[in-house]
Design a protein around this ligand. Structure first.
Ligand SMILES: NC(=O)c1ccc[n+]([C@@H]2O[C@H](COP(=O)([O-])OP(=O)(O)OC[C@H]3O[C@@H](n4cnc5c(N)ncnc54)[C@H](OP(=O)(O)O)[C@@H]3O)[C@@H](O)[C@H]2O)c1
Length: 339
């Protein structure tokens, strides 16, 4: 069947999306970005992936977050994106802000993992081929590599910018002391670190607790939150058991053990609070991250257009009363750390 040519919504920049400045930079990012970790692999239906990506762009989500190993299989989310580029987004390349990363295991042997120059350079070349791109907007070191001299990883990031293969660079999941070193090293080479990407949600407060948010802000680096819904825990998904088509049912990255009785009680309490605000739990969880200026953007995942549409509604109300904030703190900050 011949597919009709995609024409994006003409009102895509006027239907609710807001854009935030990314630290001390010229870049604005949408408050909600779309993540390709799950639901875009070769195990997933292309038509659904395409519908989600179209819906996102039609609603002003111009930032898509990828990595070399997203799938499954590894690399296949980038291939899906490459198809989307060819079929839909090529005329709109300059409206899009595309990321990829390297640092997790990708191909066999000593060079397909971690943070060596060899691994990062080769991985980015592979990513560009899979995605049908000449360059990415931002390339991340996906995780700190304790064995490779940090200077080697960082010099590679600087060189990738000089080569024009990435316009900006970022760090993902770096410990605070290594991020501090990285910010300075890159700055001294006239490469500003645009973004720090970290796990941040109502159940995981590490960026607050470990000073990552403060540090990024002081450096003029934006902070972008991944797994803002704790992989689905902070939604209505698991209120009534574990649906067959859910991430938890797959059991790879979100294990059933994460849904303890205590966690379920907290999810239920947060859900009641969200209902009082006239929001779904997913909407409130995203709104909470966007309540002040500390987070530049949240990278939400979605397995359907319906979920993405729900998530976008978060933007309708991102303010919280003092009482709501206090109650959220009491309910969400338990002894455990999930998601
Ligand atoms: N830098 C890193 O190391 C790193 C690590 C992890 C993620 N990330 C990035 O962050 C992105 C987001 O991570 P994530 O997928 O874990 O994000 P998330 O937003 O916390 O979870 C997404 C999942 O929550 C469920 N969901 C989403 N919206 C929903 C709604 N409105 N109602 C009910 N359920 C809903 C869906 O689960 P079901 O599939 O069960 O429907 C969806 O797949 C990734 O795609 C990736 O780009 C980066």
């Amino acid at each position: 069947m011949i597919q009709p040519v995609y024409s994006p919504a003409p009102d895509r920049y006027e239907n609710g999306m807001k854009y935030r400045r990314c630290g001390r930079s010229g870049i604005l990012l949408p408050e909600i970005s779309l993540g390709f970790w799950h639901n875009f692999g070769d195990v997933n239906a292309f038509a659904n992936a395409q519908a989600i990506a179209h819906y996102a762009f039609d609603h002003g989500i111009v930032h898509f977050d990828l990595a070399n190993n997203y799938g499954p299989s590894d690399g296949s989310a980038e291939e899906t994106f490459g198809q989307l580029m060819k079929k839909s987004f090529l005329p709109y390349r300059d409206e899009l802000f595309i990321s990829t990363k390297a640092g997790h295991e990708m191909w066999p042997g000593p060079y397909g993992n971690w943070g060596s120059r060899k691994s990062l350079m080769n991985s980015l070349d592979q990513s560009l081929r899979r995605m049908n791109l000449d360059y990415v907007d931002i390339f991340y070191s996906h995780r700190y590599d304790p064995e490779t001299p940090l200077e080697e990883t960082l010099q590679t990031l600087a060189d990738i910018v000089r080569q024009g293969k990435a316009l900006y660079v970022g760090l993902s999941k770096y410990p605070a002391d290594k991020a501090a070193f990285a910010y300075q090293y890159l700055e001294e080479r006239d490469v500003h670190c645009l973004l720090y990407q970290g796990r941040y949600n109502l159940f995981c407060r590490e960026p607050e607790e470990k000073g990552i948010l403060r540090q990024a802000q002081a450096n003029g680096t934006g902070f972008i939150a991944f797994s803002p819904l704790a992989q689905g825990l902070l939604t209505s998904r698991y209120l009534n058991g574990i649906p067959e088509d859910s991430r938890m049912a797959q059991g790879r990255f979100l294990k059933k053990e994460a849904l303890t009785e205590e966690t379920l009680r907290r999810i239920q309490a947060l859900n009641r609070l969200a209902a009082r605000r006239g929001q779904t739990l997913a909407e409130m969880a995203l709104a909470w991250l966007l309540k002040d200026g500390q987070v530049t953007s949240v990278i939400a995942g979605a397995s359907s257009v319906t979920q993405l549409a729900d998530n976008l509604k978060a933007l309708d109300n991102t303010s919280f009363s003092e009482e709501e904030l206090k109650e959220i703190e009491t309910v969400s900050k338990g002894s455990q750390r999930e998601g």
